[in-house]
Each structure stands twice: as structure tokens, then as C-alpha cells.
Design a protein around this ligand. Structure first.
Ligand code: GTP
Ligand code: MG
Length: 335
């Protein structure tokens, strides 16, 4: 039954495709918003350099990986020279500096899993989180951005999937569902294993970019403008890919044995990773390998309850894509 499912008829798909592309367009941030983010970054850089002349501030997350919808929070990473700074101390000092410069809602969360300072810029209304020395996040942001440059359909698919996840309440890691970062990796994996493939495996190619961060070698082919040939072989539309994506996660993924791995461009087995049983709080019920921190399962937050919620949502979305007369409305209906 599973493999016989076919997408709707041709004219139906074309109509749907226009509707999905219109949704994507409505989500893309305006140039004006990008300029405001840049303005805030410049202001913060100035304040930071005064106190820590050798520090650098990097944009990461959705504002820099090209998967950000409009009105996203800005994620910033402050990189200090010494690797083993006392983060709490720096964050408290930073909060002080920001407060004295009239930034609003300044809050240092020194005990969070990723300690941050939160703030809001009253002149632009932009909210922002600043973390310290989280260089891996800066590097994985770059990888995601480079994948997005290869084929426009990745960004389109990921916008739809993120919009769906937010509308359906399954983009909440504190409730056991998945992060935006995890959803983008799921989209990249999906396009890598499409036949013909829509995305290559950049980490499987000759490395043209290479850094070592926290003892982890991060290397991949980043001259993606040279991959223009790649584009031509697969002609699937965004609507077909959205259908395929939900169909894959609803009916085709092997939740018992499989780990999706963007790093290898394939599926690997849970046995190979020793992710077959619960270890501490990591249950490995849906397995998404981080491309660089390979011992890290982005599905670790998912528990017995939330895996059911997630799989029911994938099935709901797959059924809507298959049968609903107006999937572009139904898919994003608030839960
Ligand atoms: P939105 O804010 O929802 O638009 O998406 P986002 O792309 O900013 O995603 P998210 O808030 O999930 O994460 C922000 C960034 O943190 C990601 O782009 C990654 O670079 C990084 N990140 C998030 N979760 C992890 C994680 O578990 N491990 C690592 N290494 N990096 C992570
Ligand atoms: Mg973010």
C-alpha cells in the first residue's frame, strides 16, 4: 500500500504548487527587516568591542542560514579568545552593558543548557539571544546556508515544513517535539535521498572548507556555485516534495532501526550508533544525526508521548496532501 501511493493528478499538482510558492513568498522576511537586523548587529558589536576588544560577534541560526521567516528572533554568538571563559560571568557583565545602553528586557539566563543573554531592541522591536563560544552552531549554520544555495526547492520545502510545524505545535523542544534545526536537516536528508537526488552530500565530497571546533573536524565542499549541473536532473515541484516529505515520515521511515544522516547522505542503522536503547534522557525514538557533532541525536528530546504526537501529525499532513481539496489551508490549521 505504502509504495503504491501516488501524488494527485498533474493539473492538481500545478495548482497546488503555485499556492505553496505564494505561502513561501509571504513568509520570506523583507529586505527592510534584514537591514534592521544588520543595524542591531552593528550596534551590539560596538558595545562589545569596547569591553572585549578581541571578541567577535557572529549571526547564526535562522537569520543566517537562510531558513528564517519574517519576525524571527536573532541568534548571536559571542566568540571570546579563550575557549574556557566563565560564561556566566561574561553573560552577567554583558547584560549590565546592554542594560546601560537602554536595550530592553535584558535577561541573563546563566543556567540554561545553552546559557544566553536575551534582549529587545526598542528602536527596531527585534528580540535577540546572545550565547558564548557556540562555534559549532556558527559552522552548522554555514552548512545549512550552503545547502540552500544549491537548489531553491530546499528553502521552499523547509519554509513549508517549519510553517506547518509551528502551526501544528510540533516545533517545541521543551514539549518533546523537534527544533527548527532538526526539521531543516530532515528536509536536506529527504532531498539527498530523492531519486534523482536534488541535493548532494557536501560532507562526502572533497573538502574545500575545513575547521576544527571543540576537537571536532568540520569539513565539506563549500564551492556550491560549481554544482549548477546538479539542478537539472530532478524536476519535481515543491508540492510533490511536500507530499513526498510527509509521506516519507508518515509511512516510509523505519523508526525502529534507522538514523537519518546528512553527513553521509544516507540512512544509517541505530545499531551502528549504539542508539538502540534509552541512555539517560536520550530515548532515540526518532534519530537525526547532527552533521558535525555525530554523537548528538537531534531527536533526543522526543519521548514516548511526543513521538506519538509527531507521527500522528506526519500522518495527518500526508493524508491532507493526498486527499484534501484545499491542502494549503488545512495543513496549517492551528491545532
Ligand atoms: P527559528 O528560530 O525557529 O526560525 O529557527 P532556527 O534556525 O534559529 O533554529 P533553532 O532555534 O532550532 O536553532 C538555532 C541554531 O542553533 C541552529 O541553526 C543551529 O545552528 C543551532 N542548534 C540548534 N539546536 C542545536 C543542537 O541541538 N545542536 C547544535 N550543535 N546546534 C544546534
Ligand atoms: Mg532562532
Amino acid at each position: 500500500r505504502v509504495y503504491k501511493r501516488q501524488m494527485r493528478c498533474r493539473s492538481d499538482i500545478d495548482r497546488l504548487d503555485d499556492a505553496f510558492i505564494a505561502i513561501v513568498k509571504s513568509l520570506i522576511p523583507a529586505e527592510e527587516e534584514k537591514a534592521k537586523q544588520q543595524q542591531l548587529l552593528t550596534l551590539l558589536e560596538k558595545l562589545i568591542i569596547k569591553e572585549w576588544p578581541k571578541a567577535r560577534l557572529y549571526l547564526y541560526g535562522s537569520c543566517a542560514n537562510s531558513f528564517g521567516v519574517s519576525k524571527s528572533d536573532v541568534d548571536l554568538c559571542l566568540v571570546m579568545e579563550e575557549a574556557d571563559v566563565n560564561k556566566a560571568e561574561v553573560l552577567l557583565k554583558l547584560a549590565d552593558i546592554l542594560q546601560s545602553d537602554n536595550l530592553q528586557n535584558v535577561q541573563a539566563l546563566t543556567r540554561a543548557r545553552v546559557p544566553i543573554v536575551k534582549l529587545m531592541d526598542p528602536s527596531t522591536g527585534i528580540s535577540c539571544d546572545i550565547c558564548i563560544n557556540n562555534v559549532l552552531a556558527v559552522v552548522n549554520t554555514r552548512l545549512l546556508r550552503d545547502y540552500a544555495r544549491i537548489d531553491v526547492r530546499l528553502r521552499q520545502l523547509a519554509f513549508i515544513v517549519k510553517h506547518w510545524a509551528k502551526s501544528r505545535g510540533v516545533n517545541e523542544t521543551y514539549q518533546g517535539t523537534l527544533s527548527s534545526y532538526a526539521y531543516v536537516l530532515m528536509c536536506i536528508h529527504f532531498l539527498q535521498q530523492r531519486r534523482p537526488a536534488i541535493l548532494p552530500c557536501l560532507q562526502g565530497m572533497e573538502a574545500t572548507y575545513s575547521v576544527t571546533v571543540d576537537n571536532i573536524g568540520c569539513a565539506y565542499f563549500d564551492q556550491v556555485e560549481k554544482l549548477s549541473d546538479f539542478r537539472s536532473h530532478n524536476k519535481e515541484t515543491v508540492a510533490q516534495l511536500v507530499w513526498g516529505f510527509f509521506n516519507y515520515w508518515a509511512y516510509c521511515h523505519d523508526y525502529t532501526d534507522s538514523v537519518i544522516s546528512v553527513r553521509t547522505g544516507s540512512i544509517i542503522s541505530k545499531r551502528e550508533k549504539d542508539w538502540t536503547r534509552r541512555i539517560g534522557n536520550d530515548r532515540h525514538l526518532i534519530c537525526i544525526e547532527d552533521p558535525f557533532e555525530i554523537s548528538h541525536d537531534l531527536g533526543r528530546v522526543v519521548d514516548k508521548h511526543s513521538i506519538r504526537v509527531l507521527r500522528e501529525e506526519f500522518e495527518r499532513a500526508a493524508e491532507i496532501m493526498q486527499y484534501d481539496p484545499n491542502p494549503c489551508v488545512k495543513l496549517f490549521e492551528p491545532y
